[in-house]
Design a binder for this molecule. Structure first.
Ligand code: PFF
Length: 450
């Protein structure tokens, strides 16, 4: 099987693809919104600590399982199982992750569709078509269905081309584009009135609130979503890494890039909120909380862009193009999880499998669009509050308690012979065995109680 399996052709290609999966709407929309609603800098600090101390070790668990298995998530987990009951458990965790990835894609595609329509809207305005620009900017069934479908088709088109010519090639193009647009926008926002107040709220912490359990729960949830954990995605991306590569540093790069982009997105969005407030838009309530979670994309930014006159059209175009690109590099990873399973398990051709699964996901998305009020929130909670933490925890248990320690350590040593002298080597096996499962479990329980 390994002869026909895809593999990332370069280290840079893998980093761009995995960081592309990690960097998405969660970084550019989710992280700044959560930071603004949870006390600014205190949330940032908690997030940084949890991302490096809990999410990175859990990411390493998933990448290592995949690289060892060189197969889809179910087969990779089975390979490290020893008894038949463990193999059954492997199926539940691997398949559960695949379903979770598919369900996340089904709501993510709807939001990504909004981003694409918002990217096109300034073009319609420039072209002088008021009807088109109104249709593109208002919530309607027809708009939501068309752009959700369009986004899924785009994802399918990339995934059906395989690992090297699809995922890797497009991630290598889209990720640098995303960074350039992000930095250009930051420079612009920093020059506006009110930006410095926002910068202070973002960077000067109120240390008292760092241990607030609600803040910790949100920060860990955000870190898990952001690193695409508990969805089989990082297992499958791990399986495309060559045995010659140093896994420990690859995982660290992906975490660093993900955290860095969330941080940089905060530098753009939080000051932008204060700039919009200085222009008279109501953003925060009396107790300093955000008036609404949707405020950012549907109020703050449009107000900011409107205030820029003609230039605003270009900036709006650039910003929403940035969001769409970030969403696309994440959605391709979500689709790869079920596709790789279908290709390897049922010996389907890649193109057939991709279209088949793409159509199933599109139908689920359409049902959500048709019942937006009820289903959207339900699917988001089901996957991000329950699915991801539970399945991420299970992966840690697999690595810590089921996988034979020698075999695990040998896998990490491949491509990284000096690892035995590192801090990672001394700490990580304990982390994955005890600290990660307990901490994730605690946070999960408190999120249920909260
Ligand atoms: N990490 C992506 C983001 O931050 O937007 C979202 C995501 C991608 C979640 C892939 C889950 C996943 F499997």
């Amino acid at each position: 099987m390994s002869a026909v399996r895809g593999e990332f052709s370069s280290r840079f290609g893998f980093i761009m693809a995995a960081a592309g999966s990690a960097v998405g709407l969660g970084n550019i929309w989710g992280f700044p919104t959560q930071t603004a609603s949870n006390g600014g800098a205190a949330f940032l600090i908690a997030y940084l600590i949890l991302a490096f101390c809990l999410a990175y070790p859990a990411l390493m668990a998933e990448l290592t399982i995949g690289r060892h298995g060189q197969a889809n998530a179910v087969s990779s987990l089975r390979k490290i199982s020893n008894s038949s009951s463990q193999k059954r458990f492997a199926f539940i965790v691997g398949f559960g992750g695949i379903i979770c990835a598919g369900l996340i894609l089904s709501f993510y595609a709807i939001v990504a569709g909004w981003m694409i329509s918002a990217t096109i809207e300034p073009i319609a305005t420039l072209a002088g078509s008021e009807t088109a620009s109104t249709w593109l900017s208002e919530q309607s069934l027809s708009r939501n269905l068309i752009f959700t479908a369009g986004f899924i088709i785009l994802t399918v088109a990339i995934i059906s081309r395989g690992v090297e010519n699809g995922i890797e090639k497009w991630s290598k193009r889209l990720m640098p584009a995303l960074l350039s647009i992000l930095f250009a926008l930051i420079v612009y926002v920093m020059l506006q009135e009110g930006a410095m107040t926002g910068l202070k709220a973002y960077l000067v912490p109120d240390f008292k609130s760092i241990l607030d359990p609600e803040l910790l729960v949100s920060a860990l949830g955000q870190a898990f979503f952001s690193l695409s954990l508990g969805t089989s995605v990082m297992i499958i991306y791990g399986s495309y890494i060559s045995k010659k590569e140093n896994l420990v540093s690859l995982g660290a790069y992906v975490t660093l890039i993900d955290v860095f982009i969330a941080f940089v997105a905060g530098l753009l969005i939080i000051p932008a909120m204060y700039v919009a407030q200085a222009q008279g838009v109501e953003i925060f309530s009396a107790n300093g909380k955000l008036l609404s979670e949707d405020t950012l994309v549907f109020q703050v930014l449009p107000a900011l862009f409107d205030g820029m006159g003609m230039m605003g059209l270009f900036v709006a175009f650039a910003f929403f193009a940035l969001m769409s690109i970030a969403a696309l590099t994440s959605s391709i990873s979500m689709l790869e999880a079920p596709v790789s399973y279908a290709v390897e398990r049922f010996a389907l051709g890649r193109v057939t499998a991709t279209w088949l699964i793409g159509i199933i996901i599109m139908l689920i998305s359409f049902s959500i669009v048709l019942n937006l009020e009820t289903l959207f929130g339900l699917v988001v909670s089901l996957t991000t509050k329950f699915g991801q933490p539970i399945l991420g925890l299970m992966c840690c248990l697999f690595v810590g308690w089921i996988w034979y320690r020698n075999s695990l350590l040998n896998e990490i040593k491949q491509g990284c012979p000096d690892v035995a002298n590192s801090l990672f080597w001394k700490i990580w096996p304990w982390y994955i065995k005890f600290i990660c499962p307990i901490a994730i479990g605690l946070v999960f329980i408190s999120s249920l109680l909260g």
